[in-house]
Design a binder for this molecule. Structure first.
Ligand SMILES: C[S@@+](CC[C@H](N)C(=O)[O-])C[C@H]1O[C@@H](n2cnc3c(N)ncnc32)[C@H](O)[C@@H]1O
Length: 225
């Protein structure tokens, strides 16, 4: 199953989504170029939805974030959104398993004019995150990579965010299957990991959290201790 090429937004009503896109204009030429060139380069169309990218930018602006860690770079689409929201003084460390995707993302960061504010780390995030720990605590950790890793990424965020910092995680609806004992078309272990992630985020005592009902489910927690 997985993600559709053009992600849904709001109540699964295409006319409502078209109205929202025409009104809020979430995707400019730069972001559209990143999305289209990523697909042309053979990457799967699994970047955040356009409205979700706008959520990232606006949240970063509203909260005054200056330091972000992203787990799951792909072609750099969501990274550009976070960097735009954080402004000139913002810094992003983004982690990507696949060297080809990381190289493409670097090119896209150059083209978007934000390359001096981002470092792309290549390799399994859980092994590479240690490289930035000394620069924490961070303002925000955005989790958008392998679903089985979500609980461990959350544990890392709990240790390396400042109190008042935020964790965001995409796809926490598990493509509509997270709540099913027998998920259809999705890996049961990945769905179990997403359930563990949400339970720990919502009930673990380190965060006050909510689940924003975007097309794919965007979890948002603020570190309280
Ligand atoms: C959904 S995509 C990220 C999309 C990106 N955040 C965006 O919206 O533009 C997930 C990415 O995580 C990467 N990934 C998967 N497992 C990973 C791991 N263990 N460490 C780092 N990156 C990983 C994949 O290669 C893929 O490019």
């Amino acid at each position: 199953m997985g993600s559709p090429d053009v992600k849904a937004f709001g109540a699964a009503d295409p006319e409502l989504a078209a109205w929202a896109a025409a009104t809020y204009r979430p995707e400019d030429e730069v972001l559209r170029g990143i999305r289209e060139r990523s697909i042309a380069a053979g990457l799967p169309a699994i970047q955040v939805g356009a409205m979700d990218g706008l959520h990232l930018e606006v949240l970063a602006r509203a909260c005054g974030w200056r330091s972000a860690v992203e787990i799951g770079t792909l072609g750099g689409y969501s990274g550009v959104c976070l960097l735009r929201g954080m402004g000139e003084r913002g810094r992003l460390d983004t982690f990507e398993l696949d060297p080809g995707r990381a190289a493409l993302a670097r090119r896209h960061f150059e083209e978007a004019g934000v390359a001096d504010r981002v470092r792309v780390h290549v390799g399994p995030a859980l092994e590479r995150l240690a490289a930035v720990e000394a620069e924490g605590p961070f303002d925000v950790v955005f989790i958008d990579a392998d679903k089985k890793g979500y609980p461990a990424y959350l544990d890392w965020a709990a240790e390396h965010l400042r109190v008042g910092g935020a964790v965001l995680a995409d796809n926490t609806f598990g493509f509509g299957q997270v709540h099913r004992a027998r998920p259809q078309g999705e890996d049961p272990e990945a769905m179990e990991a997403l359930r563990t992630f949400s339970a720990r985020l919502a009930q673990g005592g380190r965060f006050r959290a909510t689940l924003l009902p975007t097309g794919e489910g965007l979890s948002l927690g603020v570190k309280v201790r």
